[in-house]
Design a protein around this ligand. Structure first.
Ligand code: IVH
Length: 674
């Protein structure tokens, strides 16, 4: 049964508009994307057969096929204002105090608090409910006509719902959600194209396209938060009611907007959003407080270009400019040369940053960072600071590109960069002081042999004085030797000696991890120990035998085989056991943890597992001696992450705690989860 084409087209348009509304405004999608696409296809086919049925507000008309040569100018009837900024609690208190004084009122005032979205302000005019024109803010008085581009943004309705006023100018922000931004950049990177620096630039670059078909392909969305011109309806008396009204008209409003009371409420909201900032699906650079009552807003009015009744409270900047003083190469445990930019100290993201890793020489060349350059440094949340880009306009004409050194800056050995590998390495091995130092640091670290009190400074001295060159030498240290070190009293020397003694009782996984074999992290060390049971068996195994271990591929197997093939390494291992370092053998169990195989391990389970409940996983782990904990800390041995794992997984990554997926867990449990 087919309805008349005109009726069917109208029905499809109504359905699509309804689904857009549910998706963008209510955030409650009702149908899968595929079903939505099917409705669009049917409408497109119908309109192709009957072009006379096409209406200007049809969802098929969002993308116009004709690029223009320039944007037209739009004069804003009501100027688009900007906001004053507050950076401290005191700034916000002063703002609230000024309002009290001007209004001559006492008591707590009502505010609406909103996220300060990091996008592009737009004005969208609806005449008799139909989208007529969209414009950028421009200088606040004159903006650019971006109607064709804004039409492609599905969150912006083509037609308002319900009782639309004769004329309504909605104001809000067009932005790119973080997920879309990352997806787009990943695709660009894959194609070797330029990536956008941040979601704001991506949104601006996407909206200001002369060919709206380009905009249509970008993941833009919008939230509305204010009004410009209005005719044929009366203005709601409060900002909170205005937002409700906009939502009722089918315009998306940020769901994290909230009514608050007084300065206290404002500051509590600021702190809450600060904490949630890194997990929000969109980027914000602060929050905005708006006095709720319209009558009060009107009494206060404007000062120059910002209203007296609103204020932006900014988060500490997470990007700043600074100068590169030098680029040095650090030598790591495996000889990897890591370029580190020494910066003129700069306050960014709440801390002072003076060193930033550039990861590898490829990265230095890709970003083209040179000594003397002015660079953008970013530190968002708790993430490691990074150099985002170079301000090329400020580059000195004689700035020289950074070269990979031919010889190790520490020991002078040759530096090699294997074809196709990003990392360059010092070939000095244990003869290189830096590598020795890092190897010792790793050996003594908490998750390896756990020698309490053996810090970097001490290791540096011991290596410098040539008292220690391999881990085995640690076990020959004497009290007089230790007491002579700088900043070392008799008491702490004795404590350190006791800690060294204590570390002799260890486990095979800890020892294997502590040896610092390339690519052998904790999870791999555990799997190896469990598979082979004894160190001797692992040392005698060839590459193909090593590859039998779950999750050990050819690369790791090759590193292991090469490590144990070295006489030097075998000597160190023998010296360790000669000095009394010992560990219990493990029950070899074909890749699975036998009884008590996980004794002493603390495990956190997060996310949803497909093959068992969390309780079953917990039972199986505790049956093998593990302790299952609810929160991730540095003490966690590993985290089991199922699907939709969230903050615990993030925390594990942040702390460098090993993460096992469900397959690895099953391998660990030997396939028998009950
Ligand atoms: S209100 C008179 N509310 O911030 C009110 N602006 O610094 C003027 N912005 O140009 C704007 N989120 O692009 C307002 N919830 C929000 C906002 C917001 C982001 C941007 C907007 C504006 C700029 C002013």
């Amino acid at each position: 049964m087919t309805a008349a084409p005109a009726a069917r087209a109208a029905e499809l348009r109504a359905q699509i508009a309804q689904h857009d509304y549910r998706y963008y405004v209510l955030d409650e999608p009702q149908i899968p994307d595929a079903e939505y696409d099917r409705l669009m296809q049917e409408l497109r086919a119908l309109e192709a057969q009957h072009p006379e049925l096409i209406t200007p507000d049809s969802p098929t008309q969002r993308v116009s096929g004709t690029p223009s040569s320039a944007f037209g100018e739009v004069v804003h009837q009501v100027p688009m204002l900007s906001l004053d900024n507050a950076f401290t609690d005191e700034d916000v208190q002063a703002f609230d105090r000024r309002i009290h004084e001007r209004l001559g009122v006492a008591g707590e005032l009502d505010y609406v608090a909103e996220p300060k979205l990091d996008g592009l302000a737009v004005s969208v005019i609806y005449r008799d409910g139909l989208l007529e024109r969209a414009a950028t803010r421009g200088d606040g008085v004159t903006g650019e006509d971006v109607t064709a581009n804004v039409r492609t943004v599905r969150a912006v309705p083509q037609r308002l719902r319900g009782q639309a006023p004769a004329l309504l100018e909605a104001r809000g922000e067009i932005f790119m959600p973080l997920a879309g931004f990352e997806r787009m950049n990943a695709q660009a990177r894959e194609r070797g194209e330029k990536v956008f620096v941040n979601p704001r630039n991506a949104a601006a670059g996407s909206l200001r396209q002369l060919d709206a078909r380009v905009t249509a392909a970008r993941p833009l969305t919008a939230f509305f938060y204010g009004l410009g011109t209005l005719a044929g309806a009366s203005l709601p008396g409060r900002q909170g009611q205005l937002l409700e009204w906009l939502r009722a008209l089918g315009l998306p409003v940020c769901p994290d907007t909230r009514a608050v009371r007084g300065v206290g409420g404002c500051l509590a909201y600021y702190r809450e959003m600060g904490e949630r900032r890194s997990s929000l699906p969109y980027q914000i650079d602060g929050v905005v407080y708006k006095l709720d009552r319209r009558a009060d807003q009107e009494r206060l009015g404007f000062l120059s270009r910002a209203p007296r009744w609103a204020m932006a409270h900014k988060f500490p900047a997470d990007e700043a400019l600074t100068a590169v003083k030098g680029i040095e190469f650090q030598v790591g445990r495996t000889g990897a040369l890591t370029p580190v930019a020494r910066l003129a100290p700069v306050f960014v993201g709440g801390v002072t940053v003076s060193n930033v890793t550039l990861h590898n020489i490829g990265e230095v060349h890709r970003k083209d960072v040179r000594v003397g350059d002015t660079v953008v440094v970013r530190r968002a949340g708790d993430v490691i600071p990074e150099v985002v880009s170079v301000i090329l306009e400020r580059r000195a004409p004689d700035a020289v590109p950074v070269q990979l050194p031919r010889s190790c800056p520490v020991c002078g050995s040759q530096v090699l960069r294997v074809e196709g590998e990003a990392v360059a390495r010092c070939t000095g091995g244990f003869t290189c002081r830096a590598q020795r130092q890092e190897a010792l640091r790793h050996f003594a670290s908490r998750r390896a042999l756990d020698i309490e009190g053996l810090g970097d400074k001490l290791i540096e001295q011991l290596v410098e004085r040539e008292q220690v060159s391999s881990p085995a030498d640690l076990y020959a240290l004497t009290l007089p030797q230790l007491s002579q070190l700088e900043r070392m009293g008799e008491k702490s020397a004795a404590n350190l000696l006791a800690a060294i003694e204590k570390s002799k009782h260890t486990t095979l996984p800890r020892l294997l991890y502590g040896l610092g074999i390339r690519e052998v992290g904790e999870a791999t060390a555990l799997a190896l120990a469990r598979h082979f049971g004894t160190l001797e068996r692992l040392m005698d195994a060839d590459e193909s035998a090593i590859q039998q271990v779950p999750d050990v591929g050819p690369v790791v197997a090759a590193h292991l085989a090469a490590f144990f093939a070295s006489d030097e390494h075998r000597r160190v291992i023998k010296a360790l056991t000669d000095k009394g370092v010992k560990w219990p053998d493990m029950e070899p169990a074909a890749g699975s943890a036998g009884p008590q195989g996980l004794a002493g391990r603390t495990v956190v389970i997060t996310g949803t597992l497909a093959s068992m409940s969390r309780e079953q996983a917990q039972e199986a782990l505790t049956a093998r001696g593990a302790k299952v904990s609810g929160s991730v800390s540095k003490k966690t041995s590993f985290v089991v992450a199922g699907s939709e794992a969230g903050s615990k997984l993030a925390k594990a990554k942040e702390l460098g705690v090993p993460v096992l997926d469900e397959q690895q867990l099953l391998a660990l449990l030997g396939g028998e989860s009950r």
